[in-house]
Every structure is written in C-alpha cells, then in structure tokens.
Design a protein around this ligand. Sequence first.
Ligand code: ADP
Ligand code: MG
Length: 690
Amino acid sequence: MICSFLYQEELAIRKNDTMTSVREIKGIGEKTQKLLSKLHIESVEDLVHHYPRCYTAYPDPICLCDIHTGQRCSIYCQIASPVNMRATRRLKLCTCLAADQTGQIFLRWFNMPYLRTSLKQGESYIFTGTPVFKDGRIMLEQPEINTPDKYRKLTRTFQPVYPLTAGLSNKTLQKAMAAAFDIYQAEEFLPDNIRDYYDLIDEHKALYEVHFPSEEMSLKEAKKRIIFDEFFRFFSALELVKEREHQALNHYVISLDEHVKGFIGRLPYELTGAQKRALYDIRGDLAGTMAMNRLIQGDVGSGKTVVAMAAMLAAVKSGYQAAMMAPTEVLASQHYETFTRMFREEGVRVGLLMGSMKAGEKREIRTGLESGEIDILVGTHAMIQESVHYRNLALVVTDEQHRFGVKQRDALLKKGKDPHVLVMSATPIPRTLGIILYRDLDVSIMDEVPASRLPIKNSVVTQKSRRAAWNFIRAEVAKGHQAYVICPMIEESETLDVENVTRYSQMLAQNLPPEIRVEALNGKMSPDEKNDIMDRFGRGQIQVLVSTTVVEVGIDVPNATVMLIENAERFGLAQLHQLRGRVGRGKDQSYCIFISGSDQKEAMERLMIVGRSNDGFYIAGEDLKMRGPGEFFGTRQSGTMNFALGDIYSNADILKAASEAVDQLKESGYNFMQLHQYSLDEDLNFAKNL
Ligand code: ADP
Ligand code: MG
C-alpha cells in the first residue's frame, strides 16, 4: 500500500549528484563547512533556505550622555587613545577609549588582534553594542565597528539574525549568504497565472529579500512568498501521498450493526451525540467498497477510546484481528487494562506488547498473534517489529497519532494487507483549518464531551498562591481524591528536569501530612519504573503525582480531581489544555490550577484563555486571534506543525491560498514531483505527520 520509502536510496544518490556543496561558495573553508553541517546545512540550497530568526534594525547613533546600560545603541565617536593589546593565556584583549562631545567610553574586544593596527587614534567610527557596567566603569564589549558611510547604508536595512551554532557568528553566516547568492539562482516553480492571482513575488527575489531585506514592505512580500511555498510544498506532498497510497479496496467488509449493539448497551453510560456520529461514519467505511482511512479528531476526554473499541470489536466478531498502537507504555498498559476489563464479557482475547516486557512474554504474545489466539493487540511501537506477524489483521488504530512518526505508522499498516485505518488525535485545530490540513483523510470531529461530566473549575494564579494550592490538594486528598502536579522542563535540560521534579515532590511532601503519598515521575525513568508508578497511582496507592509532561498523553485516572500546573506560562495553550484533560474524567468535581511564574499582564491574559474555557476548539481559535498576523517580526511560536516560517494559525489566509493553488494546478496536470525530488521522503513524512 505504501511505497514512499522505496525511493529513499535512489533519492540519496540523486541528491549528492545535483546539490552544490557549500564549499563551492567563496570564503567557505573546511572549518565553516563543519559548523554549517551542525545546522544541517550541506548544500548551497540548504544555506539559502536557512532563514533569519528575526531582524534587527540599526538605530540612529546617539550621544554618549544618552546611553543606558543594557540597551543596545550606536554611538558616533572618535578613537581617543592608542589601541592597546594585552594577551593573556587564553585571550587577546584590545582596548581603547572613545569620545564624543558629551563624554568618553571604554571599548574592549576579544581575540581580534588586528584591530590594534586597523583602528586609528583620531578617526571616527560608529560603534554598535550594548553598554555594560564592568570593572567600575561603563563600557562597550565587542561592539560592531562601521564607518559612517557604511553605517548610513545599514540603517536603511533590516539586519538578519540567524539561528547559529557555537563557533559560527552571525556575521560569518551573513557573508556566506551574500557569497552564496553569487552562485545561486532559484528556479521559479509557480506558473505566472498562479503568482499573479495570489499576488506572489518571484521565487529568487523572495529568497534574496528574506536574507537582505531592502525595506519593510519588500520583506513582508518575501515572507509571504516563502510561507506560501512552504504550505504549497506541504499540500503537494499530500497530493503525492494520495497518489501513491492509492486507496485500497475494502478486503474486510465488517458490519457494525450486528456486533456492537450489545457492547454499547452494556456500557455504564450513554454515548454522546459526537460518539454516535463518529461510529456512524466508521460503520459506513467498514461496510464500503474502499478501506477505511479515517481520522477521529476529538477534544481531550471526548471519549475516543470507546469508539475505537467498538470498531475493533466488530472486526474481531467478523473473524479478524485488530491492533492499537499508543505512544507510551503507560498509555498502552492502561488501554490494555481497559480492553481486558470491558471485553471480558464479549469473549475477546486481548494481548499487550511493549519493549520493556521480558523476551519470553513477548514470544508468547507473538505466537498467540500468529495462531490467532489473540484477537486484539495493544502496545507501543514494539508491535511493529519485524518478528511480529498477525494471522489476519483487518483494522489498525493509532492513538494520539501526532506523537508517531510516519514510518512507525506505515510499519503498522504493513502488518496487514490493506487493513482499515483509524487514527485518533486530540490536537484541537479549528474546524476550518482542519478541513484544509487533513485533506487526505476522512475526518470525524468529536466536539462534545459527555454531558454527565461536571465542567472543570479553573483558577489562574501567581506563585503567591502556591501554599493555598497545596492546601487545596490536601483537602481534596482528604476526600479520597488524587492530584497531579506538573513541573515544566527547565531549558530543555533533562538532568535539571529530573532534579526539578524530584526536588519539588520532596518539598511538597514536607508540606503535606505524612499519610499523603507523594511520588515523582519523569521522562528519564525506565519504562518499568514509570509503569509501576502510574500503576500505583491508578490504584490509588499514590495520592499526589508530581510529574513532567509525560502524563500529558491519554492517561485516564478518573479519581484524580486536581491538576496543578507550575510555571504554566511556559506551556503552549494546546498543551495546557491536554494536561488539564487528565482530570474531570470521573463523577466528582475537578479543578485545574494554573500557577504563573510571571505576573506580567500578557502572560496572565494568555492563561486566562484556558482559565475561562474547557473547550479545546475555542482555545485554539482564541490562540489564533491572540497571536494573529501581528507577530511578523518576532520569533514564531508554533503550536502543532513546524514550518520554518509559516504558522498555520496566523498565516491561515496563505494556507488557504496554497491549498487552493494546489487544487488548481492538479487539474491542469502540474508535476508536483519536481518540488520534492531532493527531499521526497522528508516531505512526505512531514506532510503526514500532523
Ligand atoms: P479521550 O477522547 O481523551 O481519549 P477517553 O476515551 O480516555 O477520552 O475517555 C475519557 C473518559 O470518559 C473515560 O473514563 C471513559 O470511560 C469516559 N467516557 C467515554 N464516553 C463516555 C460517555 N459517553 N459518557 C460518560 N463517560 C464517558
Ligand atoms: Mg485518548
């Protein structure tokens, strides 16, 4: 069914053949090449697509009497002393005094010994930098030096600020970029009529302008074109995916009517309207002429699991096997328990397969699968290993699908012969965007949570209220409930991350009565440790679970009624919403406390969005409004998908345009392949990896 990876090797060869190495660029030697390679820049093409993170403008020079420490500025000064050089064992320091009519300032550079001869006493330059107070005086360290002439030119432009790596300076990269454009010519791939219609500038011009903007307006146009390109490539990759994965015929006609009625009737609750609609869609797919290829996009807690279970049950009752893959062992174990419990009466045999299981246990499961003794397999990516064979797999389900790479999902599909596919995701993308983005899948949206559930009560507070929050946890635990506390990762360092959670849980334990059991869970623990802790939390042996975001996906412990999120301002709104979704699953009132580490108005306002609503679709929409297209010159904060410049929310209009353009070109027989010939695999991967 899927052949996208067959092309990998062939492409690798072609890529080497046709790409121009960065070494061809004037001024780039082996050293710079190595540094660029760390940024995954190997070819000239890679380099010109390495976009600035943001831009700085050169300010008009000010007088020395007006400078402030910590504020970047430019000063127009005369060198007022000889340039001194002092060498220590590790450093070469050049220093001098500079002055204007209003004062003097000390300048200092590291490891630029040539300045001793190139800077002349009595000459005037414009120095740009951030004044600091050091060694008892105000100084400029490592200021940029420009002649008045050169500076005049600079002030009229935006200066690109690039993502860098240690040892590679912005200036070096800027120079390399300029030299690259001496030998690089981008090829236009959009027909004129499309460019005219969507008001897009020429490809080469856009690339050049994004690195060397001549003015604000042209930078805007350049970005528009590049963002359009990103989305266009994305949609055209989806088209290729569709072409390649020609929709399979339905080899497994399965009826939902006969088999799942009893199961649904025995559930302790009534299905929601959204669940019924999703099941209705699935019912049509499974009985149709083509194999199912459906995404269930449902907010956290909307009850996706039971919908998938009904489909799996129908497959089993029709004589086939079904499989469900989850992104974490914790979640897979939990699904396994739910399935075993709820399918007992149906006589369905469920198996669990995870990487951390013993070799013997795994072997037993594999034998059971092959012989058909196991009807439903639940597991992690361990279930896609080569040695796993099914007897007759007819339905594959991936839970929290955005957590998987496309290779993993493809591998699961290959375990059967064109099986039905059901993917489930809780990414709350506004409906209008969802329809555009998921063009290659049939989508059922579940935008309704069970009515029996009490809405979660939210509170957004600053750290001053931490003690009150802890007391609240104590009171809830006294009622027999449980609580989660989430600490964010600190600067992405895993060791700090672990310490943070451990330290926090110790602190919390000291502040709660000794009979309350507090435990810490972090991503660094072994799967066994994690499973054990989650298991004990699930059984109520642990009352308070302090954790990193590893609990974010899918976990269902209905007795937990408090979610406390520390430094909530560091999380994205969608992630906060996911975290909150861990509570409010049982019959009791649940609470979510967002503690903000910053009392700034903006941070608080952002948190108020999740504070005031429990509706994921509303939150996604507000997030969109809040970020808006205004953030043009700032760094982009992406929620779900990572385009280099584009943002599906704030650039929704360009997204729509690109989608339309792909449709139009498809009709006229445009060759989408030309866009992806060097990176087909990556592109397809990305396109499917929503
Ligand atoms: P998600 O969509 O986030 O995966 P789950 O499938 O884990 O949600 O369901 C969350 C909880 O809601 C589970 O405890 C499940 O038993 C319960 N649930 C599912 N459907 C309903 C319903 N219609 N009414 C009441 N509770 C339900
Ligand atoms: Mg789920």
